[in-house]
Design a protein around this ligand. Structure first.
Ligand SMILES: CC(=O)N[C@@H](Cc1ccc2ccccc2c1)C(=O)O
Ligand SMILES: [Mg+2]
Length: 367
């Protein structure tokens, strides 16, 4: 299968409510979609980078540039297949989210042509995945409790609270006091603390959290290993885990007892499988992280989250958690789960009218 070319779509998706984390507030999702066109059909990929390099070093304009300048040209003349796309892209350093978007589009077009669902290709063992929800930093505790109550009423199986210095122990205590000890509860600091804050992390121990996600900077594996010795709550890494090699190192160092897997962060869904396998062979449970994806990335994430070692609820929330209207048919929560797509490839497509309405820029790159 040869690549005729790639169409890039830049779409702006307003969020249903501002989403605040330790690295800033988001009100709109700035999305880059990749449509791979071949003689046997087309496939869709989604780049999960943000507008600015706040979560990681990548940002949308840079992803578009590296796709146009290097990644699409690298696929010219390649016989597109699930085994040829990564070697063609891996010549280039970094730009994991850009690579993941291109790889996802190629996986989609190839698997659609073969009539194989992505979930089947990845080795899914479930037909539904348990869903958690990520709750932003709020202005007041009452506001937070209202938001958490609403998500619990919707059926989410796990609550994740964003924390940062000054908004950590108090909101966690308030949620425990209001909703009890049985609610599955975890926190995500997005690298906002240092080892000097160990007392704050220890102060979270009494609340029986499932995990503390990425408390320290993404390059501080030894710091996380030291912190893990001083706190009872398991340490989960997100930003730090950029490949299966780093996952193995983090686990060996005792820096991660749990891993959040995001295909975009590790360079694609095939790399995500490698991270899954590296964790599984070391008895480290994983869960599927979220980057406020549209239904396209959400479909692929749900397929990934159906793999055996994804044993904790992920951030694969319903479309309505973020968007009043998704570019695809919305993913709806049913008894706290999302259904794994069963159609070939990623199993979903953008609705043409919605895509046209949301598209701010479109660009064709010949293969
Ligand atoms: C669901 C969740 O908490 N995701 C990320 C953080 C995050 C937060 C906000 C975002 C806004 C735009 C794009 C990506 C984003 C990622 C995390 O687990 O660390
Ligand atoms: Mg995180």
């Amino acid at each position: 299968m040869r690549l005729d070319g790639v169409e890039l779509y830049r779409i702006a998706m307003p969020l249903v409510s501002p989403f605040r984390t330790s690295f800033g507030v988001q009100t709109t999702r700035d999305v880059l979609l990749v449509r791979a066109v071949t003689g046997e059909g087309d496939g869709w990929g989604e780049c999960v980078a943000m507008s600015a390099p706040l979560y990681s070093a990548e940002y949308v304009d840079a992803a578009a540039d590296v796709i146009i300048r290097f990644l699409v040209p690298a696929l010219a003349g390649v016989d597109l297949d699930v085994t040829t796309v990564r070697p063609a892209l891996d010549r280039f350093k970094g730009h994991s989210m850009a690579k993941a978007a291109v790889e996802m589009a190629v996986l989609d077009v190839v698997l659609r042509a073969r009539g194989v669902p992505l979930a089947a290709h990845l080795g899914a063992v479930r037909t539904t995945v348990d869903c958690g929800v990520s709750v932003g930093v709020m202005d007041t505790v009452p506001e937070l409790l209202d938001a958490v109550g609403g998500y619990l009423d919707e059926g989410y199986k796990r609550i994740k609270l964003k924390i940062e210095p000054g908004w950590d122990v108090e909101p966690v205590r308030a949620v425990r006091e209001r909703f009890g000890d049985d609610v599955a509860l975890q926190v995500d600091a997005n690298t906002a603390y240092t080892l000097a804050d160990v007392a704050t992390m220890v102060a979270l121990d009494p609340f029986d959290l499932l995990l503390i996600e990425q408390p320290l900077p993404e390059d501080d594996l030894l710091g996380h290993a030291e912190l893990a010795k001083q706190v009872d709550t398991p340490i989960c890494l997100d930003e730090s885990i950029t490949s299966a090699n780093v996952a193995r190192a983090a686990i060996e160092l005792g820096a991660a007892q749990i891993v959040n897997i995001k295909a975009g962060r590790v360079g694609g869904y095939l790399s995500a499988v490698e991270v899954h396998d590296a964790c599984a062979s070391r008895g480290i449970p994983v869960w599927c992280g979220g980057m406020l994806e549209t239904g396209l990335g959400r479909a692929a994430n749900v397929a990934l989250a159906a793999m055996p070692n994804f044993t904790l609820p992920g951030d694969t929330s319903a479309s309505r958690r973020y968007f009043a209207r998704d570019v695809t048919e919305p993913f709806e929560l049913v008894n706290g789960t999302l259904a794994v797509p069963t159609e070939p490839g990623i199993g979903v497509r953008p609705h043409p009218d919605v895509l046209a309405e949301l598209t701010e820029d479109k660009r064709w790159i010949p293969g």
